[in-house]
Structures are given as structure tokens and as C-alpha cells.
Design a protein. Structure first.
Length: 101
């Protein structure tokens, strides 16, 4: 890819939408918990990406399927080209982390 990486979700997702390819991932690990909030960041961006023909995932399925029981629910996320998001699911997905919800 020849996309820019800014380190911010919104500018990186904008680049993916403009260029029509790419991926934005913010994975969780045992030492680095999820940072992005589902209600304010993950779900809205996931919605826009899925409506634009891309895919979103929290490691096991669409980020739009994450139950929101409180405002501070956080999740790992990957949005972008469907094949790249499926690659994320296979490498970082369900078998590799326990969701916090």
C-alpha cells in the first residue's frame, strides 16, 4: 500500500475511503488493552465503512454487533478492505483475545 499512516483513526479511515483500499487496525493485547470506545469511535466508523462497501471486525465479527451496555465499552477494531479485515480476524481474532464485553 501507498497510504499514509497518521496514527489517528479518523484521518486513516478517510484515506481508506478516498483511495478505496487499505486497512486500519487497533488490536488489543494482554499488555495493551483496547483504547477505542465502541459507542463514540468504533461503531460509528464501522457503520460508515460497512455502508461504503468495506468490512469491520472486532476479531470475531462486525463491530456493529458489539453490545453496548455502558458508554465506556472498549474494543479492538479493524476496518477496511474485506480481505485485509479477514486476515486480521485470522491472525488477531477470536482465538487470540478475550473481549471485554
Amino acid at each position: 500500500y501507498q497510504l499514509r499512516y497518521t496514527g489517528g483513526m479518523v484521518p486513516d479511515v478517510n484515506q481508506i475511503l478516498v483511495k478505496g483500499k487499505g486497512v486500519f487496525c487497533n488490536p488489543e493485547s494482554p499488555t495493551a488493552k483496547a483504547k477505542l470506545r465502541v459507542l463514540y469511535e468504533v461503531a460509528p466508523i464501522g457503520y460508515l465503512m460497512e455502508k461504503g462497501g468495506a468490512k469491520s471486525s472486532d476479531g470475531k465479527g462486525s463491530v456493529l454487533d458489539i453490545p453496548i451496555n455502558e458508554t465506556e465499552v472498549r474494543s479492538q477494531v479493524c476496518v477496511g478492505s474485506p480481505l485485509e479485515v479477514e486476515r486480521f480476524e485470522s491472525m488477531v481474532g477470536v482465538d487470540h483475545y478475550t473481549p471485554a464485553y
